[in-house]
Design a protein around this ligand. Structure first.
Ligand code: ADP
Ligand code: ZN
Length: 430
């Protein structure tokens, strides 16, 4: 049930004590070994001695993706390169990729985090874990692979792609836990049914899906397609990879591995720390990583934190499903729109989660089009009525009206990794 009960169910008092100790040591480590961050601290007039407890965290400067790009590739390294054993890189979803370094200890800590996630999803050494996150520089494959080995599961390092073969192996080898992006899980589920199979033909019981935003509506759809319970997992390359936070049986937010990562929620405009329960930008301080220890890293992911004991018994603070990144937020005709809001409406109206949002500016007015596939059994004469109904459902949710285009089944590209949902052509004109 727990991978590390002592930590996962630790009292708040003990957790704070542990975090205080680790934070103090980490700030010293960074100040002494990372000139780039030392300069940021000096500019802000903060010395390592000023940081005694987690209440002093707000005194430290932030670090952002721009700093990572600026310091690329070695500028934020805190140990000699000879002590590093691995490099990973971000997916480059929002621009130039950045790289992160790991010592063997850092890898062990990371594997421990994903082992907690697998255990929380019901995984034990009896399980067969099929990892269909990409292997390589991307952290998904390596992250879940490491945790799966640690728990002692039989691990299938499939990587993504070749979906029919994925299903063949799933059947032949009796995979019980699937790990991949939610969009790929939906694609695998769709392919399973197209192959004339049902969840009764496979042994899957759980899925651990993350690396991109997905809604609860999409979760239910994947659970039904594959006959499983679907768990969320969150992480980013800058803090190690997947496993910074993981979902438990309650499926209502992800427990943050606070013994390694201290979370804060800030106002993205002012940088001010917001009280518990407020929606804002998630910031992480790594307190155990040695090679690439980022302090107050601005993730640009928008979410909410909640403390308090969970029904699963864990005391680790929970983060809500991120709504998306601040850079995913589109401003269309003056209204803030997240792709996840659109996904929730489409899927709850019975459509598959294959959609694309196209935004453009014509004659100084924003155009807002949503393409999604018509169900195979929909009749031609129904299409205009369906489009209108969806358009008004979205208007109710967002306050602005998109133009809906129900396109032919299978005409929107499926994703084997992170799905690309938005094409903002306005950016091309800028
Ligand atoms: P990139 O930032 O280039 O995509 P990463 O592969 O490191 O590089 O991705 C990390 C990002 O993926 C996170 O900052 C977050 O935006 C997104 N992400 C990861 N897991 C989840 C999740 N469970 N839900 C929503 N978004 C997620
Ligand atoms: Zn829980």
């Amino acid at each position: 049930m727990y991978w590390n009960e002592e930590i996962e169910c630790m009292s708040r008092e003990d957790m704070t004590k542990l975090q205080n100790e680790r934070l103090c040591a980490q700030v010293k480590h960074v100040y002494e070994n990372v000139p780039y961050y030392r300069d940021l601290m000096d500019k802000k007039g903060v010395k390592p001695e000023d940081i005694q407890t987690i209440d002093d965290l707000h005194k430290l400067p932030f670090i952002s993706k721009a700093d990572l790009r600026d310091a690329y590739p070695y500028g934020l390294l805190a140990v000699p390169l000879k002590d590093c054993v691995r490099i990973h890189s971000t997916s480059g979803t929002t621009g130039k990729r950045v790289v992160a370094f790991y010592t063997q200890e850092d890898i062990d800590m990371w594997n421990d985090c994903t082992a907690r996630a697998i255990t929380a999803a019901g995984g034990t050494s009896d399980d067969v874990v099929q990892v269909c996150y990409g292997y390589g520089l991307f952290t998904g494959g390596a992250g879940l692979d490491g945790g799966s080995h640690k728990v002692g599961c039989l691990t299938l390092p499939m990587s993504s792609g070749n979906t029919e073969r994925q299903i063949q192996f799933m059947q032949d080898l009796g995979s019980t836990i699937l790990c991949c992006t939610p969009s790929y899980a939906a694609y695998i589920g769709e392919t399973l049914h197209e192959m004339g199979l049902t969840p009764d033909d496979i042994k899957l019981k759980a899925g651990i899906f993350g690396a991109e935003p997905w809604t609860n509506e999409m979760r239910r759809q994947i659970e039904e397609l594959l006959g499983i319970k679907a768990y969320d997992i969150y992480g980013l390359t800058e803090t190690s990879g997947p496993g910074v936070a993981f979902e438990c049986c309650e499926q209502s937010g992800m427990h943050i591995n606070e013994d390694n990562f201290i979370p804060e929620i800030i106002d993205p405009d002012t940088g001010e720390v917001l009280p518990e329960g407020s929606k804002g930008e998630l910031v992480f301080t790594s307190i155990t990583k040695k090679a690439f220890p980022l302090l107050r890293y601005r993730t640009r992911d928008i979410c909410v934190l909640t403390k308090g004991k969970c029904s699963c018994g864990r005391t680790l603070i929970k983060m809500a499903k991120p709504m998306g990144r601040s850079d995913d937020m589109m401003i269309i005709r003056g209204v803030n729109v997240f792709p996840s809001q659109i996904e929730a409406v489409l899927v709850s109206n019975g459509y598959a989660p294959n959609y694309q949002i196209v935004v453009d500016r014509v004659n100084n007015t924003d155009t807002f089009d949503v393409m999604l596939e018509r169900p195979a059994d929909a009749l031609d004469y129904e299409i205009p009525k369906r489009e209108k109904a969806l358009s008004s459902a979205l208007k109710t949710m967002l306050g602005i009206t998109p133009k809906i285009h129900l396109v032919a089944p299978k005409s929107i590209a499926r994703s084997e990794g992170k799905a690309v949902r938005v094409i903002d052509k306005r950016k091309l004109h800028d």
